[in-house]
Write a protein that binds this ligand. Sequence first.
Ligand SMILES: [Zn+2]
Length: 245
Amino acid sequence: MSVTVDRSQIENLVRQAIRQADAASSNGSMAPQSSSVAPLGWVDGKPNLRVSISARHCHLTDEHVEILFGAGSVLEPDKDLYQDGFYAAKQTVMVVGPRKRMLPNVRVLGPTRPFSQLELAFTDSISLGIDAPVRHSGKIEGTPGCVLVGPAGSVQLDQGVIRAARHVHMNDHDANFYGVANGDMMQLVVKSNDCSITFDDVLVRADKAAKLEVHIDTDEGNACNLDAASEVLLQKMPDACACGH
Ligand SMILES: [Zn+2]
């Protein structure tokens, strides 16, 4: 109570508080914090682990967007995803499997890609009657196909139906923090009442522009009741050693 603060000190404190509030309100990613810029997605000086359930969705080529939604059509962003530059589009497609089983309203994610790909959880692939293998995004050689139907037309995919393998997006700062590199495998521990699960084989996908985020599918998320999880923990695979095996 007896501490006296002069006017210039007060002004400094106020300026500092305003700067911090500005940084917080702009999500911290673009705002300078003291003299250096905080790594993308970090909060309070450390990685901010996010675990997201990636529901069934598809990626389309520009050509397929025009066939499905009409000549000149482009994907219309509806909702931004956590990863900058990626979005859920307004457009959806109907997926038709063998024996005419179908999944209506499968969300298209943007931006477009050089190849079209349908990502399902195991339960989805059972409903559709397609035996989709677990694959990492883009590794679609030899995978089953399906038919995509849009308001303006349909596309026969000869391949590209997969169950997306679990993975974690991160930038170089996150990778340094965890002591891992692109292509390494990590372990995700989800503590949940009566259904905790440890997921092995979480592939590191490091990219300068990425924010730390684990992607699992709906079956994996439901199995550990992710929405009600009390704790999530990302760590190196326990048997990882310096020799790389
Ligand atoms: Zn992902």
